[in-house]
Design a protein around this ligand. Structure first.
Ligand code: CMP
Length: 140
C-alpha cells in the first residue's frame, strides 16, 4: 500500500466539453477527498515545465500547446493507495485501450487529448502538487 496523496489535472478538452462536474463526481464516488482545487490556465512556459520529463519525446510540443490551450482544473486528492487506484480510475493513456467505465474511456478522444492527468508515483504526486499549490493552504 503506497501513499495517501495524488495529483490530477482535468485537461482543456474535458473542461471545454463541460465535463468538470461529471469527472469530479467520479473522483468523489471512488472515495477520494479533494483537499485542494482550482480552475487555472497554464502558460506555454508553465506547461513545458510541468511536462519537462517528456521534453525529448516527439509529442512534447503538441502536449505543451494542448495543455496551454485553455483552462484546466488542478486538484490534490487523498485516499489510501491514492496513486495506483487513481490510475485505474482514469484508465490507459490511450483512450482506445482504456477499460470500460474509466474516465478516459468516457471522456477522452485521443492519446493527446485524453481528458485527465494522474501522477505516476508518490514522488511525482508531491512534486506536481507543489508545482500548482505551493502557496496554497491545504485543508485536510
Ligand atoms: P499524461 O498522463 O498527462 O502524461 C503525459 C501525456 O503525454 C499523456 O498524458 C498524454 O496526454 C501525452 N502523450 C503521451 N503519448 C502521446 C503521444 N504518442 N502523442 C501525443 N500525446 C501523448
Amino acid at each position: 500500500m503506497s501513499g495517501k496523496t495524488t495529483f490530477t489535472m482535468i485537461k482543456p478538452d474535458a473542461v471545454k466539453a463541460g465535463n468538470i462536474g461529471n469527472i469530479l463526481q467520479m473522483i468523489n464516488a471512488a472515495g477520494y477527498q479533494i483537499i485542494a482545487l482550482k480552475l487555472t490556465k497554464l502558460s506555454p512556459e508553465k506547461a513545458g515545465q510541468f511536462y519537462a520529463i517528456h521534453k525529448d519525446r516527439p509529442f512534447y510540443q503538441e502536449l505543451v500547446e494542448f495543455m496551454s490551450s485553455g483552462p484546466i482544473v488542478a486538484a490534490i486528492l487523498k485516499k489510501s493507495n491514492a496513486v495506483e487506484d487513481f490510475r485505474k480510475l482514469i484508465g490507459s493513456t490511450n483512450p482506445a485501450d482504456a477499460a470500460e467505465g474509466t474516465i478516459r474511456a468516457l471522456y477522452a478522444s485521443s492519446i493527446g487529448e485524453n481528458a485527465i492527468h494522474g501522477s505516476d508515483s508518490d514522488e511525482n504526486a508531491q512534486i506536481e502538487a507543489a508545482f500548482h499549490f505551493a502557496q496554497t493552504q491545504i485543508f485536510e
